[in-house]
Design a protein around this ligand. Structure first.
Ligand code: 9L3
Ligand code: MG
Length: 152
């Protein structure tokens, strides 16, 4: 079992390297889950995405571990402290980046999320996930999101 776990960890590292080798920067998106709902954020830019909802996140910096990028981005965008709990769905190749979705929960004592860089925030439950006007990339993980919310 230990061997399997080590192999799984190794495989994860290789997948992350692969993204670097393909030359595409990784953008992390985050499903922050609480009480059976996920936190959706309304984008204000660029024009073609403005008004549509996303899982918050952003670019991973050079040499930065992805979970650290999740924590940093959510602190910057929402003013919260999160704990990363896992991954959701498969990597999504966008035009010039690779989008990877992580799952997280608010850390105990975290401030409530505030839309510091978004137009609005909303907790969305499983029933409302399919009907939300997601940005195209995030639409691809909607089914996985519903499964995640129903399983918790
Ligand atoms: N993006 C798509 N879905 C998301 C996030 C966080 C980001 N859930 C795309 C939009 C931009 C690029 O990734 O093309 C960089 O994101 P940001 O730095 O504008 O948030
Ligand atoms: Mg962002």
């Amino acid at each position: 079992r230990l061997v399997l776990r080590l192999l799984a960890a190794r495989a994860e590292v290789l997948v992350e390297r692969a993204a670097e080798v393909t030359g595409r920067p990784v953008v992390v998106a985050t499903a922050v889950v609480r009480d059976g709902a996920v936190l959706a954020a309304r984008r204000t830019r660029p024009a073609e995405l403005a008004g549509r909802w996303e899982l918050p996140g952003g670019r991973v910096e050079q040499g930065e571990a992805e979970p650290d990028a999740v924590v940093r981005e959510l602190r910057e965008e929402l003013g919260v402290d999160v704990r990363v709990t896992g991954r959701l769905g498969t990597d999504l190749p966008l035009a010039d980046v690779l989008l990877r979705v992580h799952t997280a929960e608010l850390a105990p004592g975290s401030p409530e999320p505030e839309p510091l860089e978004h137009g609005a925030l909303r907790w969305v439950d499983a029933a409302d996930v399919p009907g939300l006007d997601w940005v195209p990339a995030d639409r691809a993980v909607a089914a996985d999101l519903v499964t995640l919310l129903r399983s918790g």
